[in-house]
Design a protein around this ligand. Structure first.
Ligand SMILES: [Zn+2]
Length: 346
């Protein structure tokens, strides 16, 4: 066996070793108990004394030389592995952190909250009720005749219940078309004086456009006691609009109108705050903006709810519309568009 060739062979393999596992294998193959060098050693017994001595010295030198070489390479690999790991796991604690964007209140929630605050200040209790309602509480108790157009399929979302003809009015369910269902429920279970504000979602089965959505928010007011008059209604509405638009110069006017649950009923207009009634595109040059519906609660409604010898007023206004007017939003569909360019402005 030529020791020099063996050395050369081992050095070539050492050169090709790239990790600790390769090196361990190399060590085992050449220096281990059953390795090649040990094999050569044990086959020396047939040689004469001089040759045995010379080969022994050479093998020993080769052994020491290889151990050193392998050791050195092991250290080099370990150092580079550590360095690589440190680079990969390096954490610069002086870097600024990732900025977490804060959310904020949706404009409709903002408007709803402001309105609730105003009505609480005016002495109203804020009350909520079911969005899925029976026809009796949504229509019948509110003096809607059976053939009223609001009860048509194209105006209201009906809940599928098989053959509805066999069900009573209190068993037929719909999505409420106004928050007035809470008025009837509240009057059934409470004694006057009643002074409540009812915010909530309502649903109408109609085509959407810039001013109409199938789902929108309303806030409704109801005041029932002895001797409640139109003057009280006017006073509350004026104060509420002045507070909401933060403008003491807001004026209102009442025009006669018809809603089944009130008598007399009114459309309420508010003076245009954009042009101070000089006439502008927002108010179509009129100086007035149609803003809400109101009236004195119909005596039939009181009877349905088991109340007598009382008077009261009720009004309802779209929260979406109030928010649109206050923030000068030109399309109701922005509210549910999920467009952050719009939402981030509030
Ligand atoms: Zn105007």
């Amino acid at each position: 066996m030529n020791i020099e060739n063996l050395k050369k062979e081992i050095l070539e393999k050492l050169e090709k070793s790239v990790n600790l596992k390769d090196l361990e294998l190399l060590e085992k193959d050449y220096l281990g108990k059953k390795g090649i060098i040990r094999n050569i050693s044990s086959s020396m017994k047939d040689l004469d004394v001089q040759a045995k001595k010379e080969l022994g010295i050479k093998l020993n030198e080769l052994n020491v030389f290889l151990e050193e070489k392998i050791d050195k390479k092991k250290k080099a690999i370990k150092t580079s592995e550590t360095k690589e790991r440190e680079e990969k796991e390096f954490l610069d604690i002086t870097l600024p952190g990732d900025k977490v964007e804060r959310g904020h209140i949706h404009p409709l929630s903002l408007a709803k909250k402001e309105l609730e605050d105003i009505f609480t200040f005016l002495g109203f209790s804020v009350v909520e009720g079911p969005e899925v309602e029976d026809e009796w509480h949504n229509f019948d108790a509110l003096n809607f005749p059976l053939d009223h157009p609001a009860r048509e399929m194209q105006d209201t979302f009906f809940i599928k219940q098989g053959n509805r003809a066999n069900l009573s009015q209190k068993e037929k369910f719909i999505l409420r078309t106004h928050t007035s269902n809470v008025q009837t429920r509240y009057m059934e279970t409470h004694k006057p004086p009643i002074k409540i504000a009812v915010p909530g979602r309502v649903f109408r089965s109609e085509a959407t456009d810039a001013r109409h959505e199938v789902c929108f928010y309303q806030i409704e007011g109801l005041y029932v006691d002895k001797n409640v008059s139109v003057a009280n209604l006017k006073g509350i509405l004026l104060r509420f609009l002045q507070e909401y638009f933060k403008d003491k110069n807001v004026k209102i006017r009442l025009r006669p109108s018809f809603f089944p649950f009130v008598e007399p009923g009114f459309e309420v207009d508010m003076s245009c705050t954009v042009c101070n009634q000089k006439g502008c595109s927002v108010c179509s040059g009129e100086g007035w903006l149609e803003i809400l519906g109101a009236g004195m609660v119909h005596q039939n409604v009181f009877s349905s709810c088991g109340l007598k010898d009382v008077t009261g007023f009720a009004f309802g206004v779209s929260v979406d519309r109030l928010a649109m007017m206050k923030y000068k939003i030109d399309n109701i569909r922005w509210f549910h568009s999920g467009d952050l360019r719009f939402l981030k402005q509030f």
